[in-house]
Write a protein that binds this ligand. Sequence first.
Ligand code: ADP
Ligand code: MG
Length: 346
Amino acid sequence: MILTQTLRHRVEYIKIKNYLCFLLFFILCLLFIPSASFSEIFKRNTILMGTDIELIAYEENREIVNSAFDAAIKEIERIENEMSEWREGTPVSNINKNAGKEAVVVPEELFKVISAARKVSELSSGAFDISWACMRSLWKFGKGEERVPFDGEIKQRLSLVNYKNIELNEKNKTVFLRKEGMSIGLGAIAKGYAVDMAMQAMVNLGVKNAIVKAGGDMRVQGAKDGKPWDIGIKHPRDKKKLLGKLNLSNISISTSGDYERYFIKDGVLYHHIMNPKTGYPATGCQSVTILAPDTMTSDALSTAVFVLGPEEGMKLIKSLHGIEGIIVDSNGQVHYSPGVERRVDN
Ligand code: ADP
Ligand code: MG
């Protein structure tokens, strides 16, 4: 009798112990599993600033990612409304309308972007020049309306292209284009800035692992599965091929290529990256990829190096701290800056 009672107690004890073990295991699962392995890829695509925008996040919480994507898109729209030279009434349009007339007060961030553009002009001895834009109406790249200007038209306008005639007043935050007929266009720098601001908006809402891409400009933040993101670099002459791959994290990468907006007339390829000294598309490169600490810089420098050409362009890359680059010259030869060569996975 006593023996069966002890046995029963023992069985009860084992049952309770098993139950407690199971409970403890369950609680541990609840505590650790969600943070360990429920991240997934979220994507959103749209078209803004005349280009394809792609947002990617590797996160756990769908709601946070959705509001981060909304915030990023709002940010790009806001910047487009401020920096577009195409839309009536934007601060950039006002600067252009007042060329040769008066200085225009601009929002602080626009002043910052125009000042950064000026710095890249100085670094590249004028290869990068936002005042190239007075040439814009002479060239037409749209399908069915392709146009190569006459030499005379180009020569006439060239005197209006000179970044030194963009007067910046730091204290009053004003911009003045000294000559009537001058015009600025931020097509080679504003997209990069928008990418930076869109990523900042996402990070502010708690996103840690993400990519923001606007055409050839990209910000890569955090990691995927604890590893840097795998980023492919477009081949300038073969859409199906990659030039190589890079493992990237917390960095910006921009590519400028002669294959983005172009047309071929009488066997000549005319593209949208202009040499401000000649008024014609820059020769010397098929594509330039730049790695930089921020996307405004990588965007502007990829254009600047493209215009400079492989030799002068690589000299500029090597002279700048924290900048790396890959140049495909007009013969298809690939040139790497020292810091990037060992990182490319071909
Ligand atoms: P994408 O717009 O394809 O990313 P880029 O960043 O190189 O390519 O920018 C090219 C655009 O920059 C052109 O469409 C034009 O708006 C503008 N641009 C062209 N040539 C120059 C230049 N020499 N300096 C500054 N901006 C330029
Ligand atoms: Mg650019």
